[in-house]
Design a protein around this ligand. Structure first.
Ligand SMILES: [Zn+2]
Ligand SMILES: [Zn+2]
Length: 275
């Protein structure tokens, strides 16, 4: 299989060395993985959320070193997950241009001062109104796509939580976003962290992925592991969803150029009953 969304101990909320993730991935029969640590936070730096800026060169070096060391056993990509902040596009862009990344996730983790994807931010869901939070979140997603800075939309509906659902259907918003992704040449991520965060499935929900499928937006797959044990976790959900929409290709990246590959290339031999 393939897992393009792996973190590690470069940020305060991640556990385990990058090498431990590589070992788990090999043990589980993965053919290709990519690290996507959080790019240093440009606005109000926060080492709990993202590595400090001085650690970025060491992160890049380490991924490249692991890539060389494990070359015979697994393909390792150098990715990064970058927060989008309106008005800071140039600063984010210059940081991204300074390193030979294979791909860049664009992500929204903050609505104003609400870090809604963090453990600390979870309690605030009860106080917030989904009818306001969803439009605000998706407006940021649109700006992010239009910025042209990113390759893949990470955990596309990260604002979703069980019970935190707006009154109005989001279908037309999903269609707009699918169109923008297509125009921008971006892919959408199927992210299995939704399963363990109590979302009731993966990110994005099926209607969102279906809108992207209709536009021909490519897909990447990731576990968003922040612990080596979570590499490739809950992939059954992702594979079922992709199969139900007849999505049979996955986007892979090298130095920010995308290649579509058949998903079955990443399955282990079916003979052993595993994928
Ligand atoms: Zn994280
Ligand atoms: Zn994220």
């Amino acid at each position: 299989m393939i897992d393009y969304h792996l973190h590690g101990n470069f940020c305060g909320h991640g556990r385990g060395s990058l090498e431990e993730y590589v070992s788990f991935a090999i043990e589980r029969g993965f053919k290709e993985i990519g690290f996507s640590a959080h790019l240093p936070k440009i606005k109000n730096p926060d080492p709990y959320h993202a590595m400090p800026e001085e650690d970025l060169p060491r992160y890049v070096e380490l991924v490249e070193e692991l890539r060389g060391r494990y070359r015979e056993r697994i393909v390792i990509k150098l990715g990064i997950e970058a927060d989008y902040f309106e008005g800071l596009e140039r600063v984010i862009g210059s940081l991204l241009d300074a390193y030979p990344f294979d791909y860049v996730f664009g992500a929204i983790h903050f609505l104003g001062d609400w870090h809604f994807t963090s453990k600390a931010g979870r309690g605030r869901y009860e106080l917030e109104d989904p009818n306001e939070a969803y439009p605000a979140y998706f407006e940021l997603v649109k700006l992010m796509i239009r910025s042209g800075l990113f390759d893949i939309l990470a955990h596309p509906d990260a604002i979703r939580r069980e019970g935190f659902i707006p009154d109005r259907s989001m279908t037309s918003v999903y269609r707009d976003i699918a169109g923008l992704l297509k125009q921008a040449g971006m892919a959408i991520e199927v992210n299995t962290a939704g399963v363990r965060r109590g979302v009731g499935g993966v990110y994005p929900e099926k209607a969102f992925l279906s809108a992207c499928r209709a536009e021909g937006v490519p897909v990447t797959i990731g576990s968003d592991a922040h612990d080596p044990h979570d590499v490739g976790r809950d992939y059954d959900y992702a594979v079922k969803l992709l199969e139900s929409l007849r999505i049979s290709e996955v986007a892979t990246y090298h130095r920010r150029r995308m290649t579509l590959r058949p998903l079955r290339d990443f399955f282990r031999d079916r003979a052993d009953g595993n994928r």
